[in-house]
Design a binder for this molecule. Structure first.
Ligand SMILES: *[C@@H]1O[C@H](CO)[C@@H](O)[C@H](O)[C@H]1NC(C)=O
Ligand SMILES: *[C@@H]1O[C@H](CO)[C@@H](O)[C@H](O)[C@H]1NC(C)=O
Ligand SMILES: *[C@@H]1O[C@H](CO)[C@@H](O)[C@H](O)[C@H]1NC(C)=O
Ligand SMILES: *[C@@H]1O[C@H](CO)[C@@H](O)[C@H](O)[C@H]1NC(C)=O
Ligand SMILES: *[C@@H]1O[C@H](CO)[C@@H](O)[C@H](O)[C@H]1NC(C)=O
Ligand SMILES: *[C@@H]1O[C@H](CO)[C@@H](O)[C@H](O)[C@H]1NC(C)=O
Ligand SMILES: *[C@@H]1O[C@H](CO)[C@@H](O)[C@H](O)[C@H]1NC(C)=O
Ligand SMILES: *[C@@H]1O[C@H](CO)[C@@H](O)[C@H](O)[C@H]1NC(C)=O
Ligand SMILES: *[C@@H]1O[C@H](CO)[C@@H](O)[C@H](O)[C@H]1NC(C)=O
Length: 657
């Protein structure tokens, strides 16, 4: 390469990313979504959607379900009006960050009120939606404190919605429960204010009740084995007398799948950065994301409605190097409430063509630091490549030391260290669900979280290597927040907000709890904690080491916004493309921030993935994945979508070579 700069200047043109060139990427993704919408595999018998504090009906065009108001309708709550203890209803203020159905209106009361839903018998999802904003001077969000019971179970107790939202960096709170309705009668859901002060009240914005297939999560009467009780030789039965609360649900190694992409039960499967942030450092660094979107699945072992097909097309495994595979455990850490039993469901599917027989890939599974499987062998369990399967485990989480509100539930997969036993020293996981089980008092409620600043850094912050340097974070966050809301407005105008919302929600919170794609919560400025746990922060020293102080011989591309270098990070283990932005133009600074925010949230075959960034003084550097050649290669075949943030991808790839 005699004059790389000049040669490459012709082939790479960098443009500001918010030009129309950027749009086809989004529009394309939208098309994929729509095209992927086939009729659901499961049709619930009961499918009730109630918007509280609302009169009439409202159609959600995303899934064609109608939300019915609870004012003067069959869903009106029961209350003691004679004693003057009526509830009231209000509209969320226009200043509410989220103002879409069902968050736009609320029912509120200083006294208990009860909904009585006509439902068939059987197991149901119950989903509750809360928008903790001020509903007038008499309904300040800090005065909302209440309990919710349903079908004899305590779902929430002394629930402080506003502190819960604050702690998780959310505007709205969504909770999903499972319970069994015994007889063909009705299901009562009661909201009771905690008598803390004269002003404490209860409120609710939306209620959803959806039937689920019999024994999807419960243990069927025919199943004499029950569920593996981790840490004992016993098994456990999840009986109809138990209620469950969904606390985590992931499309592991894949993108978020939202309620309309579920199999008919309107479940949300979080993916992308929402899953990444629960990985430990080594797993985040070394794990890889195999994918085979063309494999035809054969559901022989589990029902097709168990999880969306796409979940079994992606996964997370250990990396490409045997030595490294053996040197770490693929580990996730989930904060949970102590003193409860948890149901952990692991979804598996071998789809890589090289894994076809038993013993091709055997590994160990540890749940809560106890052995759950000595020799996991997905092919042996499922009967072959392309056959989805899931495995259930129940584990008890004891109280931690001191009075800490959350304890960590670790899930660790260990490659088989013995070469003679397995062809690949590797482990894989495709999906994950964690439910809290009601205790002997038929209670599911845990304590409210502490307000944000009191949460221990380990819980709210990313692992060290992904941390933001404190110095520049505040102003950067502010600017990003502004930019993001700008992009959202633009998005709504152009109609790609479904995709963006998926991305946006990735910023949600640090730990825990039902972070659903609220169906109607489009845009407005969400609380933004900045990209600190979205992608990795590199020091300038690391970047300089990777590029030998931006040595010209490392340049692989030049554009209006700066040079692109090829470099090695992690002691030479990872090859990356490093984009150094010229600092003089404010346009450059904007591009930098927007690109971090956008790219760190997407994992899509049309987007080269952003690994991290560096901001130090005037230096602004973006670091992209260069190792996953598969990812880059795939861009070459998608000529319908040649644009990657203003850079022609195929040219980008050829430039990297
Ligand atoms: C909703 O209904 C309309 C009209 O029947 C139909 O064209 C559209 O595809 C439906 N959308 C979904 C998500 O089912
Ligand atoms: C639980 O209830 C469902 C109906 O709601 C019933 O079909 C099932 O057999 C029950 N399970 C057990 C173990 O009794
Ligand atoms: C809810 O939590 C916030 C933050 O800790 C607190 O200020 C507020 O008083 C709490 N509300 C009630 C009714 O306890
Ligand atoms: C996907 O699976 C199919 C069927 O097993 C196989 O033929 C194909 O090579 C796989 N593709 C990739 C990229 O692994
Ligand atoms: C799925 O597996 C079953 C059982 O082995 C087999 O009989 C059937 O042909 C397979 N179906 C497909 C579409 O491969
Ligand atoms: C695997 O990783 C080890 C430890 O980092 C390294 O020594 C070795 O060269 C790597 N092997 C390959 C094939 O990359
Ligand atoms: C993986 O986890 C198990 C159980 O905690 C532990 O015994 C083992 O040493 C770990 N392996 C590695 C390589 O860290
Ligand atoms: C449980 O395992 C994780 C890693 O898998 C480890 O970090 C943690 O210290 C272990 N906890 C206990 C109590 O052994
Ligand atoms: C390590 O894991 C990767 C997949 O994550 C697998 O392709 C590779 O074969 C494993 N290494 C060895 C040498 O078994």
């Amino acid at each position: 390469m005699k004059n790389p700069s000049r040669r490459l200047h012709k082939s790479i043109t960098m443009k500001p990313i918010l030009t129309p060139l950027f749009l086809p990427v989004f529009l394309h993704i939208i098309t994929v979504h729509v095209a992927g919408d086939t009729s659901p595999i499961y049709t619930p018998v009961d499918d009730i959607t109630v918007q509280c504090g609302f009169s009439g009906h409202q159609l959600n065009t995303e899934d064609n379900r109608t939300w019915t108001g609870d004012i003067n309708s069959k869903f009106s709550p029961l209350e003691n009006q004679a004693a003057g203890r009526s509830s009231t209803y209000r509209q969320a203020p226009s200043s509410s960050p989220v103002n879409q159905l069902p968050y736009s209106t609320a029912r509120l009361s200083l006294y208990e009120f009860t909904y009585e839903f006509p439902v068939t018998s059987g197991q149901k999802f119950v989903r509750l939606y809360f928008n903790p904003v001020s509903y007038g001077p008499d309904f300040d969000p800090s005065n909302a404190l209440f309990s919710v019971t349903a079908g004899g179970f305590t779902l929430l107790e002394d629930f402080n919605a506003s502190v819960t939202a604050d702690a998780f960096g959310l505007d709205t709170i969504y909770r999903e429960f499972c319970l069994n309705v015994e007889s063909d009668e009705s299901l009562n859901i009661a909201f009771t204010p905690t008598r803390a002060t004269q002003d404490t009240y209860a409120f609710i914005n939306g209620i959803e009740i959806v039937s689920m297939p019999n024994n999807l999560y419960y243990t069927s009467a025919e199943n004499s084995d029950g569920v593996n009780y981790v840490g004992s030789d016993n098994t456990f039965r999840i009986e109809n007398s138990t209620a469950l609360e969904m606390v985590y649900r992931f499309n592991v190694g894949g993108r978020s799948l939202v309620f309309i992409q579920d199999t008919g039960m309107y479940r949300n499967w979080d993916g992308g950065q929402k899953e990444n942030k629960y990985l430990d450092d080594l797993s985040y660094k070394f794990s890889v994301l195999p994918e085979n979107s063309s494999i035809e699945l054969n559901f022989t072992d589990i029902a097709e409605y168990s999880a969306p097909e796409e979940l079994y097309h992606t996964g997370r495994s250990m990396g490409l190097n045997k030595t490294i595979n053996k040197s770490y455990n693929l580990t996730w850490e989930f904060p949970v409430d102590p003193k409860f039993l948890y149901l952990v469901r692991l979804h598996f599917c071998e789809f890589e063509p090289k894994i076809t027989k038993a013993r091709d890939r055997q590994f160990q599974i540890f749940i809560a630091n106890q052995t759950a499987e000595q020799l996991a062998d997905i092919i042996e369990w499922s009967g072959g490549n392309g056959r989805p399967i899931y495995k259930d485990y129940v584990v008890f989480m004891p109280a931690g030391p001191g009075s800490q509100k959350k304890v960590s539930l670790f899930l660790a997969l260990q490659a088989n260290p013995k070469d003679f036993m397995t062809n690949y020293n590797d482990a894989i996981l495709n999906g994950l669900e964690i439910f809290k089980l009601s205790d002997t008092n038929r209670n599911l409620a845990g304590p409210n979280p502490d307000p944000p600043l009191l949460i221990t850094p380990r819980v709210i912050a990313p692992p060290q290597s992904r941390k933001f340097s404190n110095k520049s974070s505040t102003s950067l966050i502010a600017i990003i927040a502004g930019l993001v809301s700008g992009v959202l407005v633009l998005g709504s105008v152009l109609g790609f907000f479904l995709v963006f919302r998926r991305g946006r929600k990735n910023k949600d919170s640090s730990s825990n709890q039902g972070m659903k794609w609220d169906p109607f919560s489009f845009p407005a400025t969400h609380r933004t904690y900045g990209p600190s746990y979205l992608c990795r922060y590199f020091t300038l020293a690391e970047i300089k080491a990777a590029t030998r102080n931006f040595d010209d011989s490392f340049i692989i591309g030049v554009g209006g916004f700066g040079n692109v270098y090829k470099g090695c990070i992690d002691d030479g283990a990872t090859l990356v493309a490093i984009k150094r932005l010229k600092s003089e133009s404010s346009q450059g600074a904007h591009e930098f921030k927007t690109e971090i925010e956008l790219l760190s949230q997407f994992r899509h075959r049309h987007l080269v993935s952003l690994i991290g960034y560096c901001k130090d003084g005037n230096e602004m550097v973006l670091v992209y994945d260069y190792m996953s050649r598969g990812t880059l290669d795939s861009h070459l075949y998608h000529t319908d979508n040649p644009l990657f943030l203003g850079i022609s991808v195929s040219k980008f790839v050829s430039a990297l070579q």
